[in-house]
Ligand binder design. Structure first.
Ligand code: SIN
Length: 412
């Protein structure tokens, strides 16, 4: 659990929100502000952090620089016709072309440069490529005020949480994509009817430029809503409002030139203490081969234990169980888990229900309770924990239990 001593709390404005994790901000639009600028973020928004205020003030004082890193997905997709929302090839259009189509309006928001990191479906990326993406984001942030990463939506929540756990810069990182392809016929073809990609890309750049999510870590923006990377999940194969944060709700909204922030991830409390804000996961310091295999196993009626045994025999270092209800696994899986744990495999116990917490874990076996982390998120956190503390189960337990926990806790 994240423990924040009220007396030590550096952000007094946040103390009122300790129990509900509902923190800050209603932004005001400036009647003087022309459309398509980002000046709708009100400096006096209640975030009592010097670094945050400076970042927002700088974004108002001069046009921000934003780098957009393209990785592919439906947003870069080419459909067979303008009315085809489901028959398309993902990952076709270069990111520079998509950004180019948002001009001249985008020129009022930010100076934008692009990086083509890849152009394929989100599910095709490896963990080694995730590591390289972190380094690409950090490189871009050296010269930019914020970064937008486009990806397919299928595993966008994993891209986002990985970046949230690994990027060592407090500047905004915004993930976006689309549920409908961008163009019809060819990469230069007309826009698909009702394509959501252009508006999503535009608003993601608006959000990154504004600095409204400075110190929030990575956020995911689709359909004018932005979510915390740790908690957001894709809930529908086709619907445009597929991304939901089930227990906590969105972080905020982009309403034209106004950015409204309803709550903040708890790590924003450490905004002025960068060393505390950073996670321990500096992936520049590990070789891609040192990133261990970690897998997910789901439980269900009379689930067999063979998958766990096979993963352990294959050299997998960690397994996340997506258990029934509050994390239960079948009798056969329990036996297989005990045997694999005796061989050193570390387990994180989560629920397959999509929300709610798993508590407890084991003090005698390497079984860690995953709290309310979704299985696919717990898998990334376990993977990084094992990479940075191989063999140190108590350190892994501590990191899995505390890092990025969205709760606000008082100790006095
Ligand atoms: C993908 O995730 O690459 C395909 C689906 C999408 O982008 O929505």
């Amino acid at each position: 659990m994240k423990k924040i001593s009220i007396s030590a709390l550096l952000l007094p404005a946040l103390s009122a929100a300790l129990t509900a994790a509902v923190v800050i901000t209603v932004t005001a639009s400036d009647p003087e502000t022309p459309e398509n600028t980002v000046s709708g973020v009100d400096l006096d928004n209640g975030v009592e952090s010097v670094a945050y205020r400076q970042a927002v003030a700088a974004a108002k004082a001069r046009k921000p620089k934003v780098t957009v890193i393209g990785t592919g997905g439906t947003i870069a997709g080419v459909a067979t016709s303008r009315s085809s929302f489901t028959d398309y090839r993902a990952g076709q259009i270069p990111i520079a072309d998509m950004v180019g189509q948002l001009q001249p309006e985008l020129g009022n928001v930010a100076d934008v440069t692009t990086v083509q990191f890849g152009n394929k479906g989100s599910g095709g990326y490896t963990i080694a490529e995730f590591q390289a993406l972190t380094l690409a984001v950090q490189k871009a942030l050296k010269d930019s005020d914020g970064v937008v990463v486009t990806s397919g939506t299928d595993t966008m929540e994993e891209f986002a949480y990985w970046l949230d756990l690994t990027v060592r810069d407090q500047k905004p990182v915004v993930m976006t994509g689309a549920m409908r392809p961008w163009a019809a016929g060819t990469v230069n073809g007309p826009q698909v009817i009702g394509a959501d990609g252009p508006a999503n890309l535009y608003n993601a750049i608006v959000l990154a430029a504004s600095q409204a999510t400075y110190c929030y870590g990575t956020v995911l923006m689709l359909g004018d809503e932005f979510h915390a990377a740790r908690d957001v999940t894709k809930t529908s194969a086709y619907r445009m409002d597929t991304f939901q944060t089930r227990e906590f709700g969105v972080l905020g909204w982009i309403d034209g030139p106004n950015i409204k922030v309803g709550r903040a991830p708890s790590r924003v409390a450490d905004c002025d203490l960068k060393q505390r804000w950073l996670t321990p996961f500096n992936v520049a310091k590990v070789a891609p081969e040192a990133l261990p295999r970690v897998e997910v196993v789901t439980s269900y009626q009379q689930a067999g234990g063979e998958a766990i045994t096979a993963f352990a025999d294959a050299g997998v270092k960690g397994i996340v169980t997506a258990g029934t209800g509050a994390g239960g696994v079948s009798a056969a899986q329990t036996a297989a888990r005990t045997a694999a744990a005796a061989k050193g495999v570390v387990f994180v116990s989560t629920t397959r229900t999509g929300s709610g917490s798993v508590y407890g874990g084991s003090t005698t076996q390497p079984i860690v309770a995953g709290d309310d982390l979704l299985p696919q998120k717990a898998r990334l956190l376990l993977l990084l924990s094992l990479a940075f503390a191989p063999g140190d189960v108590e350190k892994v337990r501590q990191w899995v239990t505390t890092l990025g926990n969205p709760e606000w806790h008082t100790v006095d």
